[in-house]
Design a protein around this ligand. Structure first.
Ligand code: KG4
Ligand code: ZN
Length: 421
């Protein structure tokens, strides 16, 4: 079957067409599903939102509406289907025979509602015009499936019992969560079993990267900018808080003076170290808003002594590095704790922040150090951000589980900005 996917949850307009073949019998719980990307396009709005230092929802909506027909046209051409599905409103229904699209997957949440609606309305129009069922897709589920595609056009989603339980660390601009998958998601018909065991209580990790970048005068999106600065010169003031200094269960928000001398530390610095909020809290929750405020105060104090301090690139590098250390350390610590507690066999790291090289390095290093028998997967760099390929994969399994909306019923489809897994 062929599935067309639409992603408009934030500032990327993504459309993809994938061909799917099942290789296992319908009765077995284990199996391989082969995917072939016939076409995929992402039109990024970064240049438009840069000016505002973040995504401006009304502008995102306007751009999606403008981009969707253009991106669809491009994708249909790439897949050799432009003759069948005309994007012109004057052409009604399918034009001619040949390859057909069997389902339309569309992100219905979570995300910016005005942006989500543009994709949903577009999907509804295609549904009415071509009588193709719609599959609503959770954006975060898409990020989980984003680890499967590689650099090639074809890839396989393997469904092995031995890979479970799985854990997903989802880190993006709007989310930071640890999701447990005890069962085999693509085989348990109609029942994708996700259990959120932890999430951020305030800002998401990506959001914190973006806000701190703004404080440092870096452009949006901040994650890649901070990461670049932090790695240019590995000048950091501190890394791991010494075990025992902050006891498990102690005041999670306490700002501790951390000892120097571990992790990515190189030279003495005029900066003070940053907190790792909630790192030793008993749960799996996160908090990045206090860390962001600590950076704000740090910059304010430094500027009091020298108003031009941020013109010194070394200082910026140090702040970026210390901030990245704090975020990565917290994410890695909680993830490793969950791997141990739930005896995880597979770890998936997804979402925009999963592209962070230091996060990837530290996660792998820590897993090795603790001799954990867990396979860790990160998405291909091109797919760590928002895209429609991941929505097509998640959509296919939902479709297989009969979670689609037929023609005439699509009016019920709604955007849900706070949709949860
Ligand atoms: O998943 P995504 O593309 O969109 C959302 O669903 O939110 O994630 C975007 C977020 C942004 O906050 C961006 O700054 C962050 O991912 N990001 C990074 C890196 N690349 C993107 N954060 C840290 N390091 C990176 N290399
Ligand atoms: Zn995303």
């Amino acid at each position: 079957m062929r599935i067309l996917a639409i992603e408009t949850s934030c500032d990327d307009t993504g459309i993809a067409i994938l061909e799917v073949t099942e290789t296992a019998s319908a009765k077995t719980t284990e199996g391989k599903t082969k995917f072939k990307t016939l076409a995929s396009e992402v039109s990024s709005q970064i240049d438009i939102h840069k000016e505002y230092g973040g995504v401006f929802p009304a502008l995102a909506k306007r751009e999606h509406i403008k981009n969707l027909p253009l991106v669809l046209e491009k994708v249909l051409k790439e897949a050799g289907m432009q003759k069948m599905y005309s994007t012109s409103p004057l052409v009604r229904g399918r034009t001619g025979g040949g390859k057909k699209i069997d389902a339309i997957a569309v992100t219905t949440g979570p995300g910016l509602e005005p942006a989500l609606w543009t994709g949903i309305v577009f999907a509804k129009e295609l549904n009415e015009k071509y009588k193709i069922p719609i599959v609503p897709v959770n954006h975060m589920e898409g990020h989980i499936f984003s680890i499967f595609p590689n650099d090639k056009k074809t890839f396989v989603v393997e469904n092995k019992k031995e890979n479970f339980p799985m854990l997903s660390l989802l880190v993006s601009g709007g989310h930071t969560e640890l999701v447990l998958m005890k069962d085999n998601p693509s085989s348990s018909a109609g029942k994708m079993k996700y259990k959120k065991i932890g999430q951020t209580r305030d800002d998401a990790a990506g959001e914190a990267f973006d806000k701190v970048a703004r404080m440092l005068g870096l452009s949006y999106p901040g994650g890649p900018e901070i990461s670049r600065l932090a790695s240019e010169e590995r000048i950091c003031i501190s890394s791991s808080p010494a075990k025992g200094r902050i006891e498990e269960g102690s005041d999670p928000f306490a700002f501790q003076a951390l000892p120097l001398g571990r992790g990515r530390k190189i030279e003495a610095s005029p900066l003070r170290s940053l907190p790792r909020p909630m790192i030793y809290s008993k749960d799996y929750d996160f908090s990045f808003s206090g860390l962001k405020t600590a950076v704000l105060y740090l910059i304010r104090d430094l500027k009091e002594k020298n108003p031009n301090i941020l013109e010194d690139i070394k200082v910026k590098q140090q702040i970026a590095c210390e901030f990245e250390n704090a975020v990565v350390e917290t994410l890695v610590h909680k993830t490793i704790k969950a791997i141990n507690q739930y005896k995880i066999k597979t770890l998936i790291v997804g979402g925009g922040v999963s592209a962070n090289s230091y996060l990837q390095e530290e996660m792998v290093k820590k897993i090795k150090k603790e001799k954990l028998k867990v396979k860790v997967h990160f998405p291909n760099r091109k797919l760590s951000g928002d895209n429609a390929i991941m929505i097509a994969i998640a959509g296919y399994f939902q479709y297989k589980n009969k979670k689609f909306v037929k023609t005439g019923k699509s009016l019920k489809l709604k955007a849900d900005g706070n949709m949860s897994l």
